[in-house]
Design a protein around this ligand. Structure first.
Ligand code: GDP
Length: 296
């Protein structure tokens, strides 16, 4: 994935700094320029790149450092910490409670991988011992229910939906009620993918949230999209209570930075990343280990 290019460039800039005989202001600036350029090329939001730069400079005040302080280590740690901070909104995802009917609603733009991710998320939790079911509340797109049905069957996760009912709110209510009665612990509601201008579908999303009262709303965003995901994320966040984010398609040619920096728009943590089209191509996301892996 192209993200590893980003990691290579940042590690390269840090290594160059470590190899210099003198670590002075000029060396620090040069390294920060290289890191900033790499982040911008990967589509990370420009404001976040500036913030990272300023924070590193604030933390590493070369003039006031006591003699004997390992400047290279200090700078490396500052860059690492700021990269983690960028991916960490400082909030935790809404917790799932074992033995209770947790309703999790998925929202996102059409084509971003929402349905695929719903099923992966169901499969992941089912394998961890959660009694899991899927509800298809996408009555807008023809074929949406069949798609969910097909992959849910493959994942052996029970599902509910309708080929004939046009009222998404009704389908969602029926599905959630049914699975609650049957003591399911994780009831995942897939909703219609919407475009930014789809006022009607945005209203439907609000009604769905009102009706099923989800414990958690997950925003699915496409990792291959650039800066535009920031505005998208904001638009969703303004309409419903997004609690966490899943970034999809971080395999292949994803630059990733656009989606990763949208954390600051939703003020919600990324909980998983999608790394392929298969059922088990879903990885839990933790900023620290992600940055560690990124930098190799
Ligand atoms: P929805 O309209 O948001 O429900 O999107 P879908 O779930 O139908 O996914 C759209 C396309 O993206 C499908 O072809 C999926 O197989 C593909 N897709 C979803 N997640 C990933 C991922 O993590 N990696 C890759 N490579 N493809 C994905």
């Amino acid at each position: 994935m192209v993200l590893s290019e980003l990691g290579k460039k940042i590690s390269g800039a840090l290594r160059k700094l470590a190899n210099r005989t003198v670590v002075d202001e000029e060396a620090l600036n040069e390294m920060l320029n290289e890191v900033s350029r790499a982040l911008l090329e990967a589509d990370v939001n420009v404001k976040l790149v500036q913030a990272l730069r300023q924070s590193v400079k604030r933390k590493v005040n070369l003039e006031e450092l006591a003699a004997g302080v390992n400047r290279r280590k200090l700078i490396q740690k500052a860059v690492f910490d700021e990269l983690c901070n960028m991916l960490n909104p400082g909030t935790s995802p809404p917790p799932l409670k074992k033995g209770k009917p947790n309703v999790v609603m998925f929202v996102g733009l059409q084509g971003n991988g929402k349905t695929t991710t719903c099923v992966k998320y169901a499969y992941y939790h089912q394998r961890k011992g959660w009694k899991t079911a899927l509800v298809c509340a996408d009555t807008f797109r023809a074929g949406a229910f069949d798609q969910l049905k097909q992959s849910a069957t493959k994942a052996r996760v029970p599902f509910y939906g309708s080929h004939t009912e046009a009222d998404a709110v009704k389908v969602a209510r029926e599905g959630v009620d049914l699975f609650k009665k049957e003591k399911y612990e994780l009831i995942i509601v897939d909703t219609s993918g919407r475009h930014k201008q789809d006022t009607a579908l945005f209203e439907e999303m609000e009604q769905l949230a009102e009706e099923v009262q989800p414990n958690s709303i997950i925003f699915v965003m496409d990792g291959t999209m650039g800066q535009s995901v920031y505005d998208q994320a904001l638009a969703f966040r303004q309409r419903v209570n997004v609690g966490s984010v899943i970034v999809t398609k971080l395999d292949g040619h994803a630059k990733g930075g656009g989606a990763l920096s949208a954390v600051s728009a939703t003020k919600s943590p990324i909980v998983f990343i999608g790394t392929g089209e298969m059922l088990d191509d879903l990885e839990p996301f933790a900023p620290q280990s992600f940055v560690q892996r990124l930098l190799g």
